[in-house]
Design a protein around this ligand. Structure first.
Ligand SMILES: [Zn+2]
Ligand SMILES: [Zn+2]
Length: 286
């Protein structure tokens, strides 16, 4: 299969929603399963996409906000117990990821001991290999090249975005943040760009300081569209909707992305976007 699938596993946010899991996205290609972030309900949504945790080649974390990692422990446990032999689970994330993983494994210690004591064929604890990354890094996973870029989600830092190159396409997972030069650089000429977004006009209606604060560090739909247009991106995928769109509301969200002239993808959990390689131009005349 050429190209890559982007599956929006969870399109929700920290706000509890019975129909939207927390932020997480699957990037899938021939022999490739990369999980980007691991929010609420991620293992259920992976199952919905036909993927169990042992299939994952790696987990990429854009940042350590709770909504993006709160079910990472479930991915670790399920990867461990469903693998016939203990195999490493690779996690790439910003500086601080190792501390988080150490804490999760400490939290899981009782469960790990129960299962090792109970199963004769389970003798090792989960083996999680963490690689902390900074903008400018790149690494290889299962034939894919992943470039790490900077994002602006201040005052939350460090935060990163990922540009995954595999099977003839480049897809960017930007995580949370407002437009910035580093993001512009990361998305330049990408085949697809996934951005978390909010509706500033709706958030502004909620008279609570703690809710208003989120306007500081999330792209609006329009900002995401402008970033995509500046970068000549082919497909813009919106996720992490704040507030969650109701039935029929996507048209309003899509109208706000009018600065973008390419293909726009919006949708509920498990929305699938297949990204094909760009059509090649006609060869030059001899
Ligand atoms: Zn965040
Ligand atoms: Zn978030």
């Amino acid at each position: 299969m050429s190209g890559l699938d982007i599956v929006l596993l969870g399109t929700g946010s920290p706000l509890p929603d019975p129909h939207r899991a927390g932020p997480s996205t699957l990037v899938r290609g021939e022999g490739l399963h990369l999980l980007v972030d691991a929010g609420r309900g991620v293992v259920m949504r992976l199952a919905g996409a036909g993927v169990i945790p042992p299939f994952l080649n790696a987990i990429l974390l854009t940042h350590l906000h709770s909504d993006h990692i709160c079910d990472l422990n479930d991915v670790i446990t399920t990867h461990w117990v469903m693998s016939p032999v203990t195999v490493p689970l690779h996690v790439y994330g910003p500086v601080g990821t190792q501390v988080v993983i150490d804490g999760l494994l400490a939290m899981l210690a009782p469960d790990i001991s129960y299962r090792i004591n109970h199963h004769d064929d389970l003798n090792e604890a989960p083996h999680v290999i963490v690689t902390e990354v900074v903008p400018g890094d790149s690494f290889e996973v299962a034939g894919a090249t992943v470039r790490v870029g900077g994002t602006n989600h201040l005052p939350v830092e460090p935060t990163v975005g990922f540009r995954i190159t595999a099977h003839g396409v480049d897809v960017v997972l930007a995580g949370d943040g407002v437009p910035c030069e580093q993001l512009d650089d990361l998305v330049q000429d990408a085949d697809a760009y996934v951005q978390t977004v909010l509706r500033a006009d709706l958030v502004a209606l909620v008279p609570r300081a703690r809710f208003q604060d989120i306007l500081d560090y999330h792209s609006t739909v329009q900002q995401a569209a402008e970033t995509a247009e500046r970068g000549r991106v082919r497909t813009l995928v919106l996720t992490h909707y704040v507030p969650a769109p109701g039935l029929g509301d996507y048209d309003e969200w899509r109208a706000m992305a009018s600065p973008f002239s390419g293909t726009l993808v919006t949708g509920d959990d498990l929305t699938l976007c297949h990204v094909d390689p760009a059509p090649q131009g006609l060869p030059d005349e001899p």
